[in-house]
Design a binder for this molecule. Structure first.
Ligand SMILES: Nc1ncnc2c1ncn2[C@@H]1O[C@H](COP(=O)(O)OP(=O)(O)OP(=O)(O)O)[C@@H](O)[C@H]1O
Ligand SMILES: [Mg+2]
Length: 537
């Protein structure tokens, strides 16, 4: 066969196209609508018969109210993590609430994807409606969509697994990219504040690498968190709500708040900082709980100071014991105080952590911090509510090494041995160690900072010794006073006893002499009676 010259080939294609357009224009103009729909349907069937590929379209907006489609967003996120490698034309967008620019495929760009050995084509396109309408939404005139094309023999794989896969992946990417938030509860819920929570971006830089504590203990906490994060099925299996409670306790400045921030960053969760004193009552507490989203950490700092949780029961008992007048007085005062104070009770808080409502939503950590664990009610911190109790203690040598690395970028120094010995005997919080290690001016030498720490430790030792001596002196004074008081009491008691014995003796004496007198009298009476001839038998 003689090949057709290129020019002639184009002429033929051109005339074929022109004929097709002409026929299509005539069909559109003269054929009634119903007939036209029929023709279109059969034309699609005919093309479908020839074309083995299936196409699924995912429009950007769905529904009458132009809500952004979840599927479209998920695909956008899913592709943003892949198209950067394959697509040549990318579009950069700074999306609100995201950490960085989001790269997505530009319009009319195509990428090839693969899933379980199945080849998939993604195309991003947009349609501009012919009829221009004035709209409130700026995007409503341009309708963007993603098109997914695959061979029909992979229909099952794509519809059964791939779509779910992209939805999950897309959501995971979104979770990773989104700006996390730090929420605080509104003390005044005004009508213009629809939510009971207000939020700011959560931007705390703490992480487990820079957190100074015993590495074994740190690893244990990290493992626990990882187990929790991947534990959806496990929690379902054991029939437990997917939540976990941590109690962080220890002296001020030992890193409890820092640990919470590190946990939030590690888990990529939002943080809900709950200020209990500004919660009006148990109902409001429940309302706050319902509004908390999944993947979050609920924090109640200094739980022993937030509410007099242990005192509330005692107070009640005391009032019962008091007399009527005193009772009324106390009740009146209490009412006045109640007006100002929160009415959240221990049982309300227990319900918040562990009640039926707490299971609405999952993947939540509840963290309490306190400086005085012993002050807390047993019920509040029992396992199941506060599953893991973590003690944050004074700075040990391992913790110091982390801080030295953080603040000074040094792994080893000659003075470390001395510091190690000192830290074993002197109690200093990581906050104080960190403050001593931090260079105080540009270019301050490492040695200077370490010397300052040693000096700080020596001062702390002197202060601790002084305090100890004072405490001992005070204790000795108290003991002396107690001894004196005891002696006084004993002396008084002895005196009282002697007095009582004396009195008893005297009374006895008096009694004896009285009896004798009576006997005498009786004797006289008997003789007199005999004389008068009256003898009583
Ligand atoms: N373990 C630690 N690792 C790293 N830095 C720490 C640690 N502990 C304390 N710090 C430093 O000390 C500062 C105070 O620590 P943080 O606020 O976490 O203490 P806290 O235990 O919450 O104290 P409080 O009981 O008073 O609330 C932090 O800003 C941090 O820089
Ligand atoms: Mg704190």
């Amino acid at each position: 066969m003689i090949p057709m010259p290129m020019g002639q080939l184009w002429n033929n294609v051109g005339s074929l196209m022109a004929t097709f357009m002409f026929v299509w224009a005539i069909i559109q103009q003269y054929f009634p609508y119903r007939l036209r729909a029929h023709i279109e349907r059969y034309a699609h069937k005919f093309i479908g018969f020839l074309n083995p590929y299936i196409t699924i379209t995912f429009p950007e907006y769905t529904g009458e109210r132009l809500r952004k489609s979840e599927a479209f967003t998920a695909i956008q996120n899913y592709l943003s993590s892949r198209s950067s490698i394959r697509a040549k034309r990318l579009k950069a967008e700074a999306v609100k609430n995201r950490k960085s620019l989001v790269l997505s495929m530009d319009d009319n760009e195509e990428v090839i994807d693969e899933f379980n050995g199945v080849k998939i084509w993604w195309t991003s396109s947009k349609t501009v409606p012919k009829t221009q309408s004035i709209s409130y939404y700026p995007t409503s005139d341009e309708r963007r969509f993603y098109k997914l094309t695959f061979h029909r023999r992979h229909r099952e794989t794509i519809l059964d697994s791939f779509i779910n896969h992209i939805m999950e992946e897309g959501k995971a990417v979104e979770q990773k990219n989104r700006q996390r938030k730090l929420y605080m509860n509104n003390s005044s819920t005004n009508w213009w504040h629809k939510s009971s929570w207000r939020h700011v971006p959560f931007e705390h830089p703490a992480n487990f690498r820079t957190l100074a504590m015993d590495p074994k203990k740190k690893q244990e906490i990290v493992n626990d968190l990882v187990k929790f994060k991947n534990g959806k099925e496990y929690y379902e299996k054991v029939g437990k709500a997917w939540k976990r409670g941590y109690l962080l306790y220890g002296p001020p400045g030992t890193g409890k708040s820092t640990m919470i921030a590190a946990m939030a960053n590690f888990m990529e969760y939002d943080v809900y900082d709950l200020e209990l004193t500004s919660v009006k009552d148990n109902t409001e507490l429940k309302k706050l709980l319902i509004e908390i989203t999944n993947k979050s950490i609920i924090v109640i700092e200094d739980i022993d100071c937030s509410l007099d949780l242990t005192g509330q029961r005692k107070k009640k008992k005391k009032t019962e014991e008091e007399g009527d007048e005193a009772k009324k007085e106390i009740e009146k005062k209490a009412k006045e105080e109640e007006k100002k104070e929160s009415k959240v009770t221990l049982s309300g808080l227990l319900n918040f952590i562990d009640g039926i409502w707490s299971a609405c939503g999952g993947e939540r950590l509840i963290i309490f911090t306190t400086n005085h664990k012993e002050k807390l009610d047993e019920a509040l911190i029992r396992r199941g509510r506060m599953d893991k109790h973590i003690e944050m203690s004074y700075c040990g040598f391992e913790a110091f090494k982390v801080l030295a690395m953080n603040y000074l970028d040094v792994e080893w120094d000659d003075s470390y041995d001395k510091i190690k010995e000192m830290l074993e005997n002197i109690e200093m919080t990581p906050a104080d160690v960190a403050e001593n290690l931090m260079p105080k001016y540009e270019g301050e030498e490492t040695g200077e900072c370490l010397k300052r720490l040693i000096k700080g430790l020596e001062d702390a030792k002197v202060a601790a010794d002084k305090k100890k001596a004072e405490e001992e002196a005070e204790a000795a004074k108290m003991a002396e006073k107690e001894k004196e008081e005891k002696e006084k009491e004993e002396k008084k008691k002895a005196e009282e006893e002697a007095e009582a014995a004396k009195k008893e003796k005297e009374q006895k004496k008096e009694g004896e002499s009285g009896e004798k007198k009576e006997c005498k009298c009786n004797g006289v009476a008997t003789t007199e009676a005999k004389e008068n001839g009256h003898v009583e038998k």
